[in-house]
Design a protein around this ligand. Structure first.
Ligand code: UDX
Ligand code: ADP
Length: 499
């Protein structure tokens, strides 16, 4: 690339294919880096992909052997439908998981930076700004150990203009004569559907500088994706647009959920049915039917974090009204969770103290074991404050994680008290036995087909069911004898007699 003369008209396509990407390093073996680079390895057998992480436990789990009984990789650190099979095919062939960060950086010609960017918990911007410490330390590592030019790709969601900071760190610390081209290539996969999202993305977004070097780097990355993604779905933009598009897309998706949840509150007060309202609105092509499921609120590692980031960015840019607009999406989400918990308490005769409540689902959505910002954790904490006895069941979340999420490690250690108040069951049926109420917090498919008659028989009466995800067939359950409350359906639909 150094041989390119800036003023020479050259053929980008040819230049890219004359030195294609052969070795990829992915820094960060988490929910984004792990699945993304596994799929790249499976689609590009001629590219060696090494995923590295400073966390040896995580890497050991990625390298864990198949379960002797099932022959499957059951102990990977990230659960995603279809992921284990692909790891099994590619691992040791052209896919490697390692703690040798420096070696993988040194050997790579393209590096994905897929480290975490959590919301800052202290200092300037605490509670809003992204903690960029992990991005900066990986950038410094790249500068330190590189002895050849590299393409560096921001995969983590980062604040707008992060590439400029990375460039400064690289230029100030790298060996002379090396060239680093920084690209932005945000990941839009959703957890639970990561593999299908990666294999068949709506779009791949690549942002670069408008320089010949930037364009060439972008073309090389396009060529990686073009092995399985149609070129017309690969959209190239400027760096800052690409960085901001990720925040914008997540903010708009979260805004849709807060909007339908706000409608759900109106529905419950008026007798309208939010599923009918959502369907009616979604029939308008301009609105579309997706992402309009009313719920107890959104969770996950991205929506809240990215909106807070956007709020911070807007404030820093002197745009307080813009900041307040986006902040309202989060406030509505908090309100949705609290409103649901309040409804449980008020419906159960204004007290759940000492009552046994079965909490079905703890992950922030189905088909993942991830609990980051899970509404279930908020609901569970609120029930704890009401001094209920809670039994949690989730098919994928490890038990220790549930206790971590409902206590405040490092603030007050009330794990022992939590263990007395919150039990964890191994099945939904076990969780519901003897309970006075069932609360569905995650939309796991198995909740649709439980033996609800048997569950009803095993519960105290009246048996309440609060469906925070609108997954069960309320009519059938009412026939069984449950007092069913769902999100966004008016009183006469909920229960004409008792409402
Ligand atoms: C999101 C974005 O969808 C993805 O593009 C981005 O890369 C990361 O953030 P994720 O958080 O994994 O993905 O899952 P998503 O399916 O978006 O769900 C987020 C939350 O919204 C979940 O708690 C889900 O239950 C909730 N949700 C989603 C609703 O309450 N209603 C809906 O209609 C859709
Ligand atoms: P995400 O959901 O964005 O993938 P995760 O927290 O699941 O976030 O994963 C990020 C990973 O990045 C973690 O496993 C963390 O250990 C790793 N990481 C953070 N900083 C570095 C670093 N400097 N070098 C290597 N790995 C890092």
């Amino acid at each position: 690339m150094q041989n390119l003369q800036a003023d020479t008209v050259y053929n980008l396509e040819q230049a890219a294919s004359s030195s294609p990407v052969r070795r990829i390093c992915c820094i960060g073996a988490g929910y984004v880096g792990g699945p993304t680079c596994t799929v790249i390895a499976s689609k590009c057998p001629d590219i060696t992909v090494t995923i590295v992480d400073i966390n040896p436990v995580r890497i050991a789990a990625w390298n864990s052997p198949p379960n002797p009984k099932t022959g499957k990789l059951d102990d990977l650190p990230v659960y995603e439908p279809g992921l284990a099979d692909i790891v099994q095919t590619c691992r040791g062939r052209n896919l490697f998981f390692s703690t040798e960060v420096d070696k993988a950086i040194h050997e790579a010609d393209l590096i994905f930076v897929s480290v975490n960017t959590p919301t800052k918990t202290s200092g300037i911007g605490a509670g809003y700004a992204a903690d960029m410490h992990y991005v900066e330390s990986s950038t410094r590592r790249i500068a330190e150990v590189s002895t050849s030019s590299k393409i560096i790709v921001e995969k983590s969601t980062v604040p707008c203009r992060t590439a400029a900071s990375m460039r400064q760190v690289l230029e100030a610390n790298a060996k002379p004569g090396l060239q680093f081209d920084i690209l932005s290539n945000p990941e839009f996969l959703a957890e639970g559907t990561a593999i299908t999202d990666l294999e068949n993305p709506d779009r791949v977004l690549i942002g670069s500088l408008p320089t010949p070097e930037g364009q060439l780097a972008a073309r090389k990355l396009q060529d990686v994706y073009a092995r399985w993604v149609e070129r017309k779905r690969i959209y190239t933009t400027g760096l800052w647009s690409s960085e901001l598009s990720k925040l914008a897309a997540n903010a708009m998706l979260a805004q849709r959920i807060s909007s339908i949840n706000a409608m759900a509150a109106i529905c419950e007060a008026t007798g309208a049915d939010v599923t009918e309202v959502a369907h009616a609105c979604g029939l308008d092509k301009r609105i579309g039917p997706n992402f309009l499921r009313a719920s107890i609120g959104f969770g996950g590692s991205c929506f809240q974090k990215d909106i807070l980031n956007l709020v911070y960015l807007s404030e820093s840019l002197g745009l307080p009204k813009v900041a307040a607009y986006w902040k309202q999406v989060i406030e509505m989400n908090e309100y949705s969770k609290e409103r649901f918990a309040r409804k449980v308490v008020s419906t159960m005769f204004n007290t759940i103290t000492q009552k046994r409540v079965a909490l079905l689902g703890f992950a922030f959505k189905k088909d993942t074991g991830d609990t980051r910002e899970s509404p279930a954790a908020t609901i569970c904490k609120l029930f704890r404050q009401e001094r209920a006895q809670i039994t949690v069941y989730d098919p994928k979340v490890p038990h220790h994680q549930i206790y971590l999420d409902i206590t405040e490690p490092g603030v007050i250690d009330d794990t022992e008290a939590a263990k007395k108040q919150v039990q964890i069951a191994n099945s939904a049926v076990e969780a519901c036995a003897g309970a006075e109420a069932v609360v569905i917090a995650t939309e796991w498919d198995e909740f649709k087909t439980l033996d609800w008659e048997a569950i009803h028989a095993s519960m105290k009466k009246p048996a309440f069911l609060f469906d925070g995800r609108n997954v069960v067939d309320a009519k059938t359950l009412r026939k069984i004898g449950f007092r069913v409350h769902t999100v966004g359906r008016g009183p006469e639909i909920v229960d004409p007699v008792w409402a």
